[in-house]
Design a protein around this ligand. Structure first.
Ligand SMILES: Cc1cc2nc3c(=O)[nH]c(=O)nc-3n(C[C@H](O)[C@H](O)[C@H](O)COP(=O)(O)OP(=O)(O)OC[C@H]3O[C@@H](n4cnc5c(N)ncnc54)[C@H](O)[C@@H]3O)c2cc1C
Length: 462
């Protein structure tokens, strides 16, 4: 009998998600070709540089060897360090123990590690090729090279890892509008990097300056530099986009001196930083389902979320692990007729991931208020302290939302629902009581109500 050709997967986009997927698929013996529109030497993405925070949710989806390399290059952050308007500084741990931490890593470093791992695993990355159309049934992608010539490449499965503006998603939605809906939005806030000389600051936390409708965020790097970003409402049309009120270096300097007086002297170039390049846009893309025939959407191609929960890439790595698991479960690598298997895997993948992606979009948008405003508020902090104590005493009954989202693998939609239901019971227990003074009474009441009201709801959620 002739030996069967190895099953092949075409991946569009060699960003962090495409490379992570390529590594896992090579481990199953699949032939993997990744097509990337950028040049080999170029960075990927928008051109803005920022750090990504990984949490155990995303990290645990990657092979141990990749995780080890990321920990060698990233910074472990165990708390938020809040710089209040009056100059006071307070801290908030991310979870119940230091095991609950963020791993902050420059996007370019993460990208290099993941690309290197995929190449070592035997994936082929082809640069300078832009996907301009797809045929999801075959499945195949039409690629345009830098000299303008086009060519179709086909495989047994096509995976779009081409980011928020996915050409694959766009082509499917255009050709099959009844099969794939897409919702796109840009929020009124943008972001920009600021160069800040902050090397002597505490490197174990994420520094945050919450200022109502805007905030500054600074994350330590391993080389004692900090990556600092301003998130602020935008003004101006597409061509002349700038931050509201900040059109000249003088206005920028006056704004930063008033809003961030404790670090203003460390931002010598801020006037230039914020006026020579337009701020980056923050996009939300929701769509469904995450597949059509033998084409699958993974990472930002399926769900671009605003970065206020720091979970976009974590969710994307969960997509990657889910897809790899399903390909293994259905023995795609050794399937006789790959077509039906690929379609089954695509459907199951979509069923497993769509609700999670949509829930993360909502959670991420809502967390803007927490970063820019609530972390300053005494009532918010009292509620968080109450929740931490409740979790400490009854970890099986209540887990703070941040912890559920960042440090477990409970699907985002389930985490959202379970937390909403538990919060309603906690709200009721707080009624007429002061969360600062009456913690014991509130917790006692919560447990009574939880046993009575919430257990059936949790059973439903499970
Ligand atoms: C300001 C900001 C901060 C963020 N912070 C965090 C954070 O702290 N934690 C977190 O988890 N997430 C964060 N995110 C989200 C995270 O950056 C994304 O989830 C992640 O980059 C998605 O990776 P991706 O590989 O799917 O897409 P991308 O990173 O966009 O990569 C897509 C790749 O596809 C290529 N490509 C695009 N179109 C084509 C085409 N037509 N043909 C061929 N190739 C193509 C691109 O060149 C690129 O290489 C943040 C996002 C932003 C904007």
């Amino acid at each position: 009998m002739p030996e069967q050709e190895p099953r092949s997967v075409v991946i569009i986009g060699a960003g962090p998600v495409g490379c992570a997927l390529a590594t896992l698929l090579r481990r199953q013996g699949l032939e993997v070709d990744v097509f990337e529109r950028g040049a080999e030497s170029a960075g990927t993405g928008s051109g803005h540089s920022f750090n990504l925070t990984l949490t155990s949710r995303g990290l645990d989806c990657l092979p141990a060897s990749v995780k080890r390399r990321l920990y060698l290059q990233g910074s472990v952050l165990v708390k938020r360090i809040i710089h209040h308007r009056d100059g006071a500084i307070s801290t908030q741990p991310y979870g119940a123990t230091n095991a609950h931490h963020l791993l902050s890593i420059p996007r370019g470093v993460l990208q290099d590690i993941l690309r290197d791992q995929s190449l070592r695993a035997g994936a082929r990355i082809h640069y300078g090729l832009t996907c301009v159309d797809v045929d999801p049934g075959r499945p195949a992608a039409l690629l345009r090279s830098t000299d303008g010539t086009t060519t179709w490449v086909a495989g047994d499965l096509l995976v779009a890892c081409d980011g928020a503006n996915s050409a694959v998603r766009g082509a499917i939605a255009t050709d099959h509008p009844a099969e794939l809906w897409v919702d796109r939005d840009t929020i009124p806030h943008g972001y920009a990097e600021i160069t800040m000389d902050y090397g002597d600051a505490d490197p174990t936390g994420m520094h945050l300056w919450p200022r109502d409708d805007h905030f500054l965020q600074s994350q330590p790097n391993r080389d004692q530099t900090f990556t600092t970003s301003l998130f602020k409402p935008l003004a101006g049309g597409a061509r002349h986009r700038h931050f509201s009120e900040l059109t000249s270096p003088e206005q920028v300097r006056a704004h930063c001196a008033a809003e961030f007086p404790d670090v203003f002297v460390r931002m010598a170039g801020v006037g230039k930083d914020l006026t020579t390049r337009g701020p980056g846009l923050l996009r939300i893309v929701n769509c469904g389902p995450y597949h059509h025939r033998r084409a699958i959407l993974v990472g930002d191609a399926a769900h671009a979320v605003v970065p206020f929960f720091g979970q976009g890439i974590n969710c994307s790595f969960e997509d990657v692990a889910t897809l790899a698991r399903l390909l293994e479960k259905f023995q795609f690598a050794s399937s006789g007729d790959s077509g039906p298997v690929a379609e089954t895997v695509a459907e199951e993948y979509s069923d497993a991931r769509v609700a999670a992606g949509h829930a993360l979009a909502e959670l991420s948008l809502r967390n803007f208020e927490e970063l820019s405003n609530h972390v300053n508020s005494r009532s918010f902090l009292a509620r968080r302290a109450l929740e931490a104590r409740l979790h400490e005493q009854h970890p099986d009954l209540f887990t703070p939302l941040y912890q559920l989202v960042a440090f477990t693998n409970v699907p985002y939609d389930v985490a959202q629902r379970v937390h909403r239901e538990a919060s309603e019971v906690l709200d009721a227990a707080c009624r007429g009581r002061d969360p600062r003074r009456d913690q014991d009474a509130i917790i006692e009441e919560f447990v009574r109500h939880h046993d009575r009201d919430l257990t059936p709801a949790r059973r439903r959620a499970g």
